[in-house]
Structures are given as C-alpha cells and as structure tokens.
Design a protein around this ligand. Structure first.
Ligand code: NAD
Length: 508
C-alpha cells in the first residue's frame, strides 16, 4: 500500500509559503478537493455575479493606464514574474500535483513552461512589430501598427491549471492588456498561488496600475458573466468542446474576440519503417502520461499490419507494468483521475468499446494506490476492429484505441475522420511518408509531429488545433497578434490628394 500523504496539510503549507492569505481559502462556500486522496483541502469564497462587473471595470481602468506604458517596460513586469516563478517553482509545482493529480515531475514541468513563456514574452516586448506596405499613391506611406486590445478574459481547464494562464497572461501583459482569469473550479488554489506570485512581481515593479490582473473564483456561471461582459475584448477559453460550443456563440453575439482551445482526439500512425523502440516510448508517454488527461494525449493509434504483432504486445506489457500511485511520491508514473465523473466516463467508454468489438487490456480501478475516494486506474489499451463509437470522441481518461492499417492512404483517411483536430504524430523513417503526413493532404491537425509523440509541446511554437478544437492559437510564434488590435495607417506627405483605384471626386 502506498504511503498516504496528508495533502491538506501540504497544500496549507505551500499556500502559506507562497503568501496566499488564509481568508482566501478557508471558510468559503466552494470546496476544493485533491484527486490524490479525494479529500476536501480548502474552502474558497465564490466571486458573486455582482462582483464580476466591478472587477472587470477595474481591469478596464487598469488597461487605460497600462496601454500607455512602453512595451519593453511592460516586459520588465513579465521578467520579474519569471524570476518569482523560478523562486517558487518547487512549491507551485507540488501544488499543481496536489490539485490536478499530476506526478511531481509533470507539475514542475508545468511551472517550467510558465518560466519559458515569460522569457519568450520579455523578448517579444521589444518585437511587437508591424509591416510597411507599398502604396499605389505617390507621396504616401502605408503601414500597420499594433495596439493593446483591452481586458483579456482567461478561462482555463483543470488539467493545465497554471501553464494556460501564463501562456495568455504573459503575452497579454506585454501586449498592453489587463487580465481577468476564471480558473477551473477544480483547481482554484493554484490560481490563488499564481496571483500571489504575480503580486510579488508587481510590488517589485512598482508603478503598475492596480487591478491589472485579477482572479474570479467559481464555476461556469462566473465564467459566463465574464464572457458576456461588454468590456472584455477577448476571451481565451481552454476546456472541453462542450464549453466552447457555449462560449463561442455568446462572444460572437457581441462581436468579441475569442481564442478557443478545446478538446482533442489525437492520433499516431506507426509505419513499417518506424523505430519501434522509440515509438514505444513516445506512445507510452503520450497515452498514459498525466493519466490520459492532456488535451494532446494520444487516444488513437494506427499500426501498420507488418509491425502490429511486434509493437502491440510490447505496448501491452508496458501498460501492465506502468507504476500507478500517489503522484507526490517518487516512482509513480500515472497519478489519479481528477474525480469520479472522469472515472465513470472512462468506464462508459470502455463498455461502449467492448460492445463495438474492442478487446480491452487494463482500465480497472487500482484499489491500493490511494484512498477510497480517489480514482486511480490502470490505463486501458483497447484493440479495435474498426474506428467506431467511442473511438470517435474524446474521453478524458487514459484509453488508447489501437487499430491495424494496410496503406498510408487508409491510415490518413481514418486519422482525419474525427471532429477534433489538435495533435498528431507519424512514426516513420521513410521521408516520403513523413513529408506526406506534414503536407496539405496529410494530418489536418494544428500540431503534426514526426517521430515524437502527440503531447509535450514547447512554448516557442503556436499551440492550438482545428475543427472542433476551436481554431485558436496561443503561446509562441505570432500568437501574440490575437492579443492586439491592428490599425492600417496611410500617411499623405504629398501636396495632392490622389484617391485609390483612380477614383475622381472633384468638388470644384
Ligand atoms: P471544462 O470544459 O469542463 O471546463 C473548462 C473551463 O471552462 C472551466 O474553468 C469551467 O468552469 C469553464 N466553463 C465551462 N462551461 C462554461 C461556460 N458555459 N461559460 C464559461 N465558462 C465555462 O473542461 P475541463 O474538464 O476542465 O478540462 C478538460 C477539457 O479541456 C478536455 O476536453 C481537454 O481536451 C480540454 N483542454 C484543451 C486544451 C487545449 O489547449 N486545446 C488544453 C487543456 C484542456
């Protein structure tokens, strides 16, 4: 039996160490649970609907001042945030493990991702550039300028409780915006911790406007109040496709901007020439890591019939032997599911897969890994005769559906035949196959990889997916443009007033 860690005591220690006021997480109306043991670890005060408007108005005032601060100076705040995160990495990473159930190295990895995006955003603060464009009119100059947008609302999911905020906040702040964050109701403590860390950076920065970055605590109703508020210029919402289906139209109704980062149903293709040792490791991490609770988790695997009987038995062996247990203790590679609903969803999908002809390895609850109220499961590998039923949907749990294929055409068609379009991989040493996978007729996902798994993206690239994944892009590359408004400026320095397209309008 795995040693029980007192997560409540440990969470309290960390919150105290990070300087989060006890009044913020004790005695409130909203309970917060740890998936490590299933027990209640804090009681937070929900933000009331009436307060949301005031908070957003204050953020709007802060935006009015912050937009006039030179961008490199705004970058200094994010640089300080990165420093504070470095100093708090061990504590914040452990709190992520306690609240989201990730193994500690993944909790720490999430904080490292926050540090990385801060570094990226600091550089960006000196590179918010526009184009100069040739004009058809003599004595004119045409150019683009990029301006701060306004209040940026962030909605985040439980499974990346801190990194998603930082992806958005670091860029939004250097772009001159104010930020209001509605974290998942399953992971509010890490949000309070991030706010305390940012408050330290703000104190060192000195003269930033009050209310530049705030947190709303509560469930979807609090999120809806933010989504509907006319002073929120952009909502960057990360979560299920169901959530995006509700949030997207509400924003469209008031012509607000959105970045939607929604569900995935990610697949890999293992070709005849694949390095199977490498593929095995990548598949194991992609499918079982984070207990299958990453948006980029590998959920479908197409294996060429010539290597199927070599690879799949080895995979099954890895599934049978992977260590499952308390994520706060060394040795565990798979922690718990977030809650009972996640466990029930997994069992339902496995039942449907079985009914559709699937052969299941694993998937059972692991009784001795945690308390009765926690949901630890052995990841499931399901051999399917065809891609049907639950294989077409994202179930947010560690289920890998494995199917045989004969030709790459067939594999690509099946690969793209789902409604989500987030991440994808091909394992091949054949350059033609790899390039075809990356081409216009290949993977239809926002992320397409060769010889690495579907999960574990770096912050330097733009992150996001197509189709029902929502089409948004966050993080690196030119994702910053979504957090600013673009103005096209034409300046006439001649003594004439020529009209474009040769139009004449002579008022005599
Ligand atoms: P969820 O959709 O249940 O909740 C996500 C967030 O949305 C929460 O903060 C929730 O309170 C809020 N919310 C829900 N309905 C809302 C509404 N109508 N209006 C405003 N806010 C609302 O998702 P979850 O269970 O926390 O996370 C898992 C899901 O998130 C999976 O589908 C996963 O693939 C997805 N996800 C996607 C990405 C990505 O970048 N594409 C990253 C992480 C997670």
């Amino acid at each position: 039996m795995t040693k029980k860690v007192d997560v409540k005591v440990e969470a309290a220690r960390i919150l105290d160490a990070l300087g989060v006021a006890r009044s913020a997480w004790t005695g409130g109306d909203m309970a917060s649970f740890s998936p490590v043991s299933g027990e209640e670890i804090a009681r937070l005060k929900t933000t009331q609907a009436a307060e949301v408007g005031k908070i957003i108005d204050a953020a709007h005032d802060a935006f009015g001042q912050w937009r006039n601060v030179p961008a490199p100076r705004r970058g200094e705040l994010v640089r300080l945030l990165g420093e504070e995160l470095r100093a708090s990495k061990a504590d914040l990473g452990r709190l992520v493990s306690i609240e989201a159930g990730k193994i500690e190295s993944e909790g720490l990895g999430e904080v490292q991702e926050m540090i990385d995006i801060c570094d990226f955003a600091v550089g960006l603060s000196r590179q918010l550039y526009g184009l100069t464009i040739a004009t058809e009119r003599p004595g004119h100059r045409m150019m683009e300028t990029w301006h701060p947008l306004g209040v940026v609302g962030i909605i985040s999911a439980f499974n990346f409780p801190v990194a998603v905020w930082s992806w958005n906040a670091a860029l939004a702040l250097v772009c001159g915006n104010a930020v209001v964050w509605k974290p998942s109701e399953k992971t509010p403590l890490t949000a309070l911790a991030c706010q305390a860390i940012l408050d330290r950076a703000l104190a060192r920065f000195g003269d930033a406007p009050k209310a530049l970055s705030q947190v709303l605590i509560g469930d979807r109703h609090v999120g809806e109040a933010m989504v509907d508020h006319p002073r929120v210029a952009l909502v960057s919402a990360t979560g299920s496709t169901r959530m995006g289906r509700e949030v997207g139209p509400r924003l469209a109704k008031r012509f607000a901007r959105s970045i939607l980062e929604l569900g995935g149903n990610n697949a890999g293709i293992v070709c005849p020439s694949a390095d199977l040792d490498m593929a095995l490791r990548a598949i194991a991490f992609g499918a079982m890591g984070t207990a299958g609770q990453r948006c980029t988790t590998l959920r479908r695997l197409f294996v060429h019939e010539s290597v199927y009987d070599d690879l799949v038995p080895r995979l099954k062996k890895a599934y049978a032997s992977v260590s499952i247990g308390n994520p706060l203790e060394t040795g565990a590679l798979v922690g718990p599911l977030v809650d009972k609903a996640a466990f029930d969803g997994m069992q339902k999908a496995l039942g449907a897969a079985k009914a559709a002809g699937g052969t299941i390895t694993g998937g059972d609850r692991v009784a001795d890994a945690g308390a009765d109220t926690a949901y630890y499961v052995r990841p499931a590998l399901v051999e399917m005769p065809v891609q049907t039923g639950p294989v077409l949907e994202e179930t947010f749990a560690p289920i890998l559906y494995v199917m045989r294929y004969g030709s790459l055409d067939e594999a690509l068609e099946q690969h793209n035949a789902v409604s989500a379009g987030l991440s994808s991989s091909i394992f091949t040493l054949d350059m033609r196959e790899a390039e075809r996978f990356l081409s216009a007729e290949g993977s239809d996902c926002g992320i397409a990889n060769v010889n690495i798994g579907t999960s574990g993206a770096e912050i330097g690239g733009a992150f996001g997916g197509e189709k029902e994944t929502g089409g948004g892009r966050e993080s690196g590359s030119d994702a910053w443009k979504a957090y600013m408004r673009r103005a096209t400026n034409t300046v006439n320095y001649s003594k004439a007033l020529p009209l474009a397209q040769g139009v004449s309008f002579d008022i005599g």
